[in-house]
Design a protein around this ligand. Structure first.
Ligand code: DAK
Length: 272
């Protein structure tokens, strides 16, 4: 595709969202929350647009990895409190309050990296945890402060956080609303690593670009297999992993990858 039509496509995509910025860098799609006056609060419009943007990336053969970020200052300060403040229970229950629009991230097959700078609170922390892994800048802060506004985490905060950092710390964070910094998040296993702010965007892009160079069947299988670890017993998970591992020997990319290693050259994966 020509550079001119690429640019036209990007402009068109940018114009179609009110609450997100959309970019493509190589094979990486970058989705940036864009509600600077509301600490990127996750309004219904934003989560709907996020679902659409992710679906576009899933369907776009040029995009192999997505980065979700809030930019340098804040990832997201949670669901939009002003929007939900007056909701009553029958409404919340009948409309299955904001559940559908939040599901998309965990349904994507292509890898999604959360790049967190600044606050990731409440639904912001929950969205980051729905991604495949979190890279934090040294300014990142994570918390589940819902208890301080008379409610509880509603998009996996009590469940994913507990699996990631263990019961004691998750319980303390959810019961007190205590916010942890990037270093504590890394020590606890919530984030894969912490990168200085000055190098943050570049480093996250490098990680995404690296993943984008690998055979897509292998990448999808790894993602499916790691996620299976959260949903099944160890013996079932090991059996699942072994079957996927064996199935890679039916791909040309396994032949190519191993032949390239033996020949001391770079592999040329074709996703088949
Ligand atoms: N919602 C709406 N507006 C928000 C907001 C939020 N979560 N966070 C900040 N803002 C707005 C502020 O009201 C303020 O607006 P104006 O007054 O200028 O109109 C503007 O953003 C700037 O914020 P601050 O003046 O407060 O900025 P500070 O730097 O002083 O403080 C802060 C930054 C992030 C520490 C603070 O804004 C803060 O504590 N925000 C609220 C954090 C919070 O409680 N978050 C949890 C929200 S509950 C579910 C899915 C998700 C959820 C539930 C269910 N389902 C799928 C079922 C999630 C629930 C939540 O996240």
């Amino acid at each position: 595709m020509s550079t001119q039509s690429n640019t036209a496509r990007k402009v068109q995509e940018k114009m179609s969202f009110n609450t997100l910025l959309i970019e493509e860098k190589g094979n990486v799609g970058i989705i940036t929350f864009n509600r600077p006056n509301a600490q990127n609060a996750l309004s219904n419009e934003l989560t709907q647009e996020l679902g659409i943007a992710l679906e576009q990336n899933e369907n776009n053969p040029h995009i192999r990895v997505t980065i979700i970020t809030g930019g340098e200052k804040v990832f997201a300060a949670g669901a939009d409190i002003k929007e939900m403040a007056d909701k009553n229970y029958p409404q919340a229950y009948q409309e299955d309050f904001i559940t559908r629009t939040w599901e998309k991230i965990s349904q994507c097959r292509k890898p999604i990296i959360a790049a967190v700078s600044g606050y990731a609170l409440g639904g912001g922390c929950e969205i980051a945890m729905m991604c495949d892994f979190i890279i934090a800048s040294d300014s990142a802060k994570f918390g589940q402060p819902e208890v301080t506004i008379g409610t509880i985490p509603g998009a996996g905060g009590t469940q994913r956080l507990t699996r990631f950092i263990g019961k004691s710390k998750a319980m303390e964070m959810c019961l007190t609303g205590r916010v942890i910094d990037a270093q504590e998040a890394e020590r606890s296993g919530l984030v894969s690593r912490v990168v200085p702010q000055a190098k943050f965007a570049e480093e996250v892009l490098n990680v995404a670009q690296k993943i984008s160079t690998f055979s897509q069947p292998s990448v999808f299988m790894i993602k499916e297999s790691v996620n299976r670890a959260y949903e099944t017993t160890l013996s079932e998970g090991i059996r699942f992993e072994r079957r996927l591992f064996q199935s890679t020997f039916a791909t040309n990319d396994q032949k190519e990858g191993m032949a390239a290693f033996v020949a001391k050259r770079q592999p040329n994966f074709k996703d088949n």
